[in-house]
Design a binder for this molecule. Structure first.
Ligand code: NOJ
Ligand code: CA
Length: 702
């Protein structure tokens, strides 16, 4: 029934919209008939494969995207609505179109590659609202690996304008489309296991949200340069049609904007295969260049920390248990770090405020006063002698005003102690970040609201003044701002390793086979890999009043897979998360963590399918050696890695850390083989990955 109705309607100019509502078969995105009094503008990527068309048919602005002649986005609405003032929804006409092209290469001071090529064609649409005469500009950039567009509101008198709705839609093909996503309206922020489903099961989801269309085209929807705006999630409004849903402030306003302003870029990464999404630099290319000038003080590093011990209940953050952050314990970690080449030791639980229920104690945290058993000056001096830095920690428990009041003094203290990296934390349920407004009234905001977008940038900019890099946990999602503020080095913003300690439930074996195509498309993640005792909850408790987490909750990977994460999950601050004593028991496997860098000259996703497996190769920054990480979900598989990324004229010693013959994440996780052999660029490595397993390889140029 539905299908026949669709076909009839195809003749009309509204057909394109109906396809999205009625399902497939769907021809490539069709534009209004030429005799309609509508204007259509077209933009193509430099390689000509990606095509964007923008039209004002019926007084409504719409865009559509094709790739290789196939529809990726059916005609979808564009526009914004403002409270009290006016909207850009109806009566819109394209009044002008300007075209430009860009082809340049710029340098990332640290990251997954040094040189980034920005090759795009641009179309700037100027649209006028017939009733108000107001102008909305929409800037599109088409790259070979996707498209981005943003709204630009020119200067006008009248002051602040509150956005009450963004009309942007993404109308996607529905038949046989697979999606990987997390919900965006639940208490646990971004910390959910990814769901794999068809579109119909999606309600409101965070971005990056990733899709594989029936024809094999891969698409990931996200945003770039989220500055002074609220984060976008995707609301599944009508079958197949997602709308940009903006997180509101506590007073209900979505965005408090003052023209002139630009919105974040709405981004669509598009690739004929899965790995193409990972090899794309679209998000970074749509961010502004570095604003901080010389950032040689931003140092990618590997670190250890007084951290996992708290999560597995060996230690406590506060003094109501066995306090982890004692001077003695920190010095022990510093000795370990110095011996094994780790640049820093993160210390959590050093400052007043952790005793009792610290989740709810945001207002009592001090960021300058230590517990009496933590001698910060002595620790910093000891670290200096050993060449190991103290890494700072500011857990706010979501009390933003309490933190902002102390922030400058807190960074000053750390600066005085030689600290150059600080992890921050915003533990609080979604919508429960607290601040006290000008009238003294407590208000509660979301982690991805405009309020928090502003807060994070405030912290990053303040930290930069003290020569400090930041690593927020429970953050707002990444949208590539590290390009503009390179001291925003990494962040959490997904389920990390900590869930493997807490359980309820631990991360699934496929979790890290989905992250590269979802969370990781947005930027680096402080996942905290490197757990060597994969059964931490099976040990007897340290004290009776500190019971372990559920015994059944294990770290669901093999040992080799823990090593592979150092290559697969990029983070310029990369932790070796386990306890020193657990590393000392396995010096051979530890060697890989000692050798692997946290900063790269180039990175190439070689092979993979979302949720199944991935293989990534990366060359160390400023050096000749390469590294390869491959991991699989719960299924064993063999991954063939062609080594053509190696220098054709050289021979390399491959140090291969791989699952042993009967390794299995559940029954035999520690079985690991370390093999050395000579290889060349013409070779192919065949890597046998165990269920829940992985492989890590270092290629040392001879
Ligand atoms: C949650 C963070 O993800 C974790 O890394 C940290 O240890 C705790 N909050 C305490 O700040
Ligand atoms: Ca967390």
């Amino acid at each position: 029934m539905m299908h026949r109705k669709c076909i009839r309607n195809l003749a009309t100019a509204l057909a394109a919209l109906m396809w999205a509502a009625c399902g497939d078969p769907q021809p490539a995105a069709q534009l209004p008939s030429p005799d309609a009094p509508a204007r259509t503008e077209e933009l193509r990527s430099p390689d000509g494969k990606l095509e964007v068309r923008v039209s004002d048919e019926g007084g409504r602005l719409r865009y559509a995207v094709n790739y290789d002649g196939e529809a990726v986005v059916f005609p979808s609405r564009l526009g914004l609505l403002f409270r009290k003032h006016f909207g850009f929804d109806e009566g819109m006409a394209i009044a002008g179109a300007t075209r430009r092209s860009g082809d340049s290469t710029w340098e990332l001071p640290w990251g997954e590659r040094r040189n980034v090529r920005d090759h795009h064609n641009e179309l700037l649409i100027e649209a006028r609202n017939g009733a108000s005469g107001e102008i909305l500009r929409i800037r599109f950039r088409a790259f070979d690996d996707g498209v981005g567009f943003r709204y630009e509101l020119p200067k006008r008198s009248g002051g602040r304008m509150d956005i009450v709705k963004e009309l942007t839609e993404f109308a996607l093909p529905r038949t046989e489309t697979r999606a990987w996503w997390i919900p965006s309206d639940r208490h646990n922020r971004y910390e959910y296991l990814y769901r794999t489903s068809g579109l119909d099961e999606m309600d409101r989801v965070h971005t990056p949200a990733t899709f594989r269309l029936q024809n094999g085209i891969h698409l990931s929807i996200h945003e770039a340069a989220l500055v002074n705006y609220s984060a976008m999630s995707l609301l599944h409004e009508r079958p197949g049609v997602f709308r940009a849903a903006l997180r509101p402030w506590s007073d209900g306003v979505l965005v408090k904007a003052e023209p002139p302003f630009v919105t974040p870029w709405r981004t669509l990464q598009i690739s004929p295969d899965a790995v193409g999404l990972i090899n794309s630099d679209l998000i970074l290319n749509l961010n502004e260049p570095n604003q901080l000038g010389d950032v040689s003080w931003v140092k990618p590093a590997k670190y250890v920390g007084i951290w996992w011990a708290m999560h597995i209940r060996d230690r406590t953050w506060g003094r109501d248990g066995v306090h982890g952050a004692s001077t003695e314990e920190v010095l022990r970690y510093m000795d370990f770090a110095a011996e094994h080449g780790f640049a820093g030791v993160l210390v959590e639980g050093w400052n007043l405020g952790w005793d009792g229920d610290w989740y709810s104690n945001g207002e009592i945290f001090s960021f300058t006063e230590s517990y009496p058993d933590f001698d910060i000056a002595r620790i910093a001096a000891y670290g200096r002698e050993k060449g190991v830095e103290l890494i700072g920690h500011h857990e706010t428990s979501g009390h933003i005003t309490n933190y902002e009041r102390q922030m400058e003094a807190a960074f000053q203290l750390y600066k005085d102690m030689g600290v150059t990296m600080v992890k921050t934390g915003y533990v609080a349920d979604a919508g429960e970040l607290k601040w006290i407004d000008e009238k003294g009234i407590p208000r509660f905001e979301y982690h991805d609201s405009q309020f928090m977008v502003r807060h994070h940038l405030k912290v990053v900019q303040a930290a930069a003044r003290y020569g400090i890099s930041v690593n927020p946990h429970e953050p707002v999602k990444d949208t590539g701002l590290r390009r503009t503020w390179p001291n925003w080095v990494t962040r959490e913003g997904a389920r990390g390793q900590e869930y493997n300690a807490w359980g309820s439930p631990p991360n699934s074996p496929e979790h890290t086979a989905i992250l590269p195509w979802t969370r990781m498309l947005s930027g680096p993640m402080d996942f905290t890999p490197g757990i060597f005792d994969l059964r931490p909850n099976e040990r007897p408790p340290v004290r009776e009043d500190m019971p372990r987490n559920n015994r059944g909750d294990i770290v669901p990977t093999t040992l080799a897979k823990q090593l592979s994460l150092y290559v697969v999950i990029h983070s310029p601050l990369q932790m070796a998360a386990d306890l020193p004593e657990n590393y000392e028991k396995r010096p051979n496997a530890l060697q890989f963590i000692r050798d692997v860098p946290a900063d790269w000259e180039q990175s190439i996703a070689l092979a993979g399918e979302i949720g199944d497996y991935i293989a990534i190769a990366r060359q160390e920054r400023g050096g000749p050696n390469w590294f390869l990480g491959a991991l699989t979900d719960e299924n064993a598989r063999s991954v063939e890695a062609a080594l053509s990324f190696l220098d054709a004229d050289a021979r390399y010693l491959a140090e291969i850390y791989r699952d042993g013959a009967n390794a299995h994440w559940r029954s035999n996780p520690y079985s690991i083989e370390i093999e050395r052999r000579m290889v060349r660029a013409t070779d192919t490595l065949s890597l046998q990955l165990a269920p829940g397993g992985g492989a890590a390889v270092r290629f040392v140029r001879q």
